[in-house]
Every structure is written in C-alpha cells, then in structure tokens.
Ligand binder design. Structure first.
Ligand code: SF4
Length: 361
C-alpha cells in the first residue's frame, strides 16, 4: 500500500521537527526500515565539469563570479577527462556520477552537446548519471533523457519566502518550472536544500512542504549544511548544530518515505557518531570524494572505514530504477530548438550580497 502523503502542512511538519528527539528518531527509523534496507547507503561522486564564473548571486556559493573567493574557474571538461574520473569513482564504490556546471541555465549549442556526450559515456559504464546544470527547458530535458540521464538535480535551497534573502537573479517559481520540465521525462528528480543560511525552522518546514507535496515526490532529497566560504555573503554564518541536521534528516525521511535522503555539503563538519545518527534517522545516500564542487568533503577511504565500522554497504547502481537506454547522437530524433525562455530575474536587493559583491570588485 502506498502511504505517501502529498498534503503535508507546515504545522504538521513543525510538530514532527520539534518532537522529543527520541520520539522523532524512533518514528523516522521505523519508516526508514519499512521502505529501505537500513544498512545500504547510496554513494555518489560529484564532478565539477565547469567551475566558477557563474552569473548568479546565490549568497552561499563561491562559484558566483561577483564574489571574491579562492575558486579557480575552468572551462567545460573534455569527455575523456570526465570518463576517467567516472571510472575512478566506480572503482572506489560509487554507483552514481553527478556532473555539475556553474551555469544559470542550459543553452543549446556545442557545450550542451558535449554534456550529452558525457551522459552517454557514463551511462555506458553502467553507472547512474545525474546532472546539475541550472534551469532547463522541456526539450533540453528530453534530450538529456534520450542520452541516458538517470537524475537531474535542481535544489529548491530553502522556503519560497527566505529564497528572496538568498538569491535575486532568479525566482523560486523558475526552480519549480525546471523540476516540472524534468518530470515530463523519465529522468528522476533530485531536489533539496541547505540549512544554516540564517533561515528559521519555519522556513525549513516550508521547504519540506513544497518538496513533499510534489507528486511524485523527488526520488532524491539532498540535505546540505551551509559551508560558509570566505568571500561569500554568508562567510560569517555560524555552523549549525548536529542536532539540527539530525532533526532535518529525520523529518525529511518521515514526510518523504520512499525518497533517498542525501547527506551532502557540510559532512566534513560532522563526526562519525553524528553521521551514524543521521543514517539511523533515515539518511541513505552520501557524496564521496574529497571535494563537493568546490567545498571540502571527507576522504573516500575515511568513508569506506566508516562504512565498515557501521556495517553499511554501498547501494548497487539501478537498484531503485531501470537503467535508461542511450540513444547515440547520430540516431537522435530530437534536436536543439534554440529557445530563449524567459526565466525570471527578480532583481530585488539583498543587502549582504550587494555589500560582498562591491567588496569583491
Ligand atoms: S549555486 Fe549554481 S547558479 Fe548559484 S551561483 Fe553557484 S553555480 Fe551559479
């Protein structure tokens, strides 16, 4: 029987989040065991295929060109380079490769064609392929699906209300539109957020309302803890307490029982005991590799030691869904439409972003 509910309210989610911790953990761990093997964790490797120089003003992001951070940008990686990294990831136990490009949105043309070739190449290695490339049209989503893309990541980041305090160069509704475009294909949706940006618990609950009330719910929900990077508007933000992470993971697990809940950025700040609590609370996916796009991540060997200690096993590829078929470029029925969608540019002022970008000049 499918017990997934799609009409969660903020009040219901807050009541879960604020439960006595032992009650919250008991409930989330019980739900986790009903829907997943509690000793299996999916391992993904993130490859930054195009780093830095981004036109957006996401207040947490060291890749935004307007902030003076130590990120060194690069052009789009070559297909053989990406393939070599994917093979390394596979050898070290990853079942999924997630390719991230610091773009506002996907543009039809040679660079997108190159990304499609990367998708084909990695799918043929029998690994799940995910991309995070910014906003996407429906036609672009279909082209990615045809190449063999398994998942598309597009985070909501936070609540609609607090979103206006984080980003001014695009709107919350654009995020939803991209998710909607991905949903018109067989690609699975990966969408989550970041905690510790100065948002309230209500904002966290609101974000979970939006995600859990999507029908179907995202197959994957990353929960990131802000990594406050020097030079970004959020550089002085205090790190969150581990208890907030555990509560967020547990609440996410309860409201999205089938979803893979992913421990993402900020994991270096969590010791093994804390991570074990997160797995118990319902997290069943991590990113491996020493870097998450541009911020630090635990060493792969450290992760494998932790898996051994906790008796965890990495999930095999395509255990939760079928491997997509790859259509070669020359056999493709789809082509670039050269659309120029009107993604919004709200342009409201976010003081802390303005101050930091002026300092960076
Ligand atoms: S989060 Fe993505 S869109 Fe925002 S500034 Fe960073 S790279 Fe650009």
């Amino acid at each position: 029987m499918n017990t997934t509910k799609h009409n969660w309210t903020k009040e219901e989610i807050l009541a879960l989040y604020n439960k006595p911790l032992m009650d919250l953990l008991f409930e989330s761990a019980s739900i986790h065991r009903t829907h997943h093997d509690p000793n299996v964790v999916q391992v993904s490797t993130l490859i930054s295929i195009k780093t830095g120089g981004c036109s957006e003003d996401c207040g947490y992001c060291p890749q935004a060109a307007r902030y003076d951070t130590k990120v060194e940008g690069n052009d789009l990686m070559s297909v053989p380079h990406v393939k070599a990294q994917a093979l390394r990831a596979k050898a070290s136990g990853s079942s999924r490769v997630c390719m991230g490009a610091a773009w506002r949105n996907v543009k039809d043309g040679s660079e997108f064609d190159q990304v499609l070739e990367m998708v084909r190449t990695i799918n043929k290695l029998d690994m799940e392929v995910c991309c995070t490339l910014g906003m996407l049209t429906e036609n672009q989503a279909h082209r990615l699906a045809e190449a063999g893309l398994y998942a598309y990541n597009h985070n909501l980041d936070t609540s609609e209300e607090f979103y206006k305090e984080v980003i001014s160069t695009r709107g919350f509704e654009d995020r939803l539109q991209t998710i909607n475009n991905v949903r018109k294909t067989n690609i699975t949706v990966c969408s989550g957020g970041i905690i510790g940006m100065g948002e309230s618990i209500e904002d966290r609950a609101e974000m979970l309302v939006t995600l859990s009330n999507l029908n179907p719910q995202p197959e994957s929900v990353p929960i990131n803890a802000l990594v406050a990077v020097e030079g970004t508007p959020m550089e002085n933000q205090k790190p969150i307490e581990i208890w907030e992470m555990i509560r967020m993971v547990a609440t996410t697990r309860i409201v999205m029982p089938e979803t893979q809940v992913r421990l993402s950025a900020g994991r270096t700040e969590i010791n093994r005991e804390g991570q074990a609590m997160c797995f118990f609370a319902g997290a069943n996916s991590i990113f491996a590799g020493d870097k998450l796009l541009t911020t630090p991540n635990p060493d792969v060997n450290e992760d494998m030691k932790m898996f051994e200690l906790l008796g965890l096993k990495p999930q095999k590829p395509f255990e939760k869904g079928l491997q997509p078929k790859t259509v070669e470029a020359e056999d493709s029925q789809l082509h670039a439409l050269g659309e120029k969608p009107k993604w919004s540019r709200p342009g409201h002022t976010i003081e802390r972003n303005v101050e930091v970008s002026l300092k960076g000049k």
